[in-house]
Write a protein that binds this ligand. Structure first.
Ligand code: C5P
Length: 212
């Protein structure tokens, strides 16, 4: 089984993806880490994230087995990731890895921005997870502070709005709900309620009742 989860930053898609994978015994890929790793590699060599040549070279030489997830989750890396991810050759260099990951038995849960639309258009289940920008900023701010990073809510909200705009407005693989994706709005849900709702969507889809 392949489950595709898409949605904007801090919508809950990462946690939902991880939990669905554990629940169904599937592998899990947070595809945002790929773009974050490209961005970090570019920044580490002193180049700006819109340096296409450096970003394409980084995407072609990526080694996901060596990712340092904590370092990749830093706020500045998310911002730079949304810049490198708008470069078509960067996206092209990462497609095969994602498709092979999805196709490897016993199947996988992938979360990102273009999983249901581009990477796995034939996924068994597609979920588009969203929440209001304010709810997402409050969650992300809490995560940053728990990780010891001092950043205020207004800055996090501005970052989220900017990334939403860039991710939905770009020419290539923009963030959008696939026509056959189930919408899951987590604005008023805690994480355990959201996970239950996601499992319900998978079960309903598997029972043949979910797709309309
Ligand atoms: O999901 P996360 O916030 O870690 O993603 C960082 C950035 O990577 C996003 O803002 C988006 O621009 C990009 N991304 C993407 N396609 C994906 C996953 C992430 O363009 N499948």
């Amino acid at each position: 089984m392949i489950i595709a989860i898409d949605g904007p930053a801090a919508s809950g898609k990462g946690t939902i993806g991880k939990q669905l994978a554990a629940h169904y015994g599937l592998r899990h890929l947070d595809t945002g880490l790929l773009y974050r790793a490209v961005a970090k590699q570019v920044l580490d060599t002193g180049r700006p994230p819109d340096d296409a040549e450096a970003a394409i070279a980084a995407a072609k030489s990526l080694d996901p087995a060596r990712f340092d997830e904590a370092a990749l989750k830093a706020p500045a890396i998310g911002e730079a990731a949304s810049v490198v991810s708008a470069i078509p050759e960067v996206r092209a260099a990462l497609i095969n890895f994602q498709r092979e990951f999805a196709a490897t038995p016993p199947g996988a849960v992938l979360d990102g921005r273009d999983i249901g639309t581009i990477i796995c258009p034939r996924a068994d289940v597609k979920i588009f997870v969203t929440a209001s920008p304010e709810a997402r900023a409050a969650r992300r701010g809490k995560e940053y502070r728990a990780a010891g990073q001092s950043i205020d809510d207004a800055t996090v909200l501005a970052d989220i709005r900017r990334r939403d705009e860039r991710d939905t407005g770009r020419a290539i693989a923009p963030l959008q709900q696939a026509p056959d994706a189930h919408l899951l709005d987590t604005t008023d849900m805690d994480i355990s309620t959201a996970i239950r709702a996601a499992v319900d969507i998978v079960e309903a889809t598997r029972a043949g009742r979910g797709r309309g």
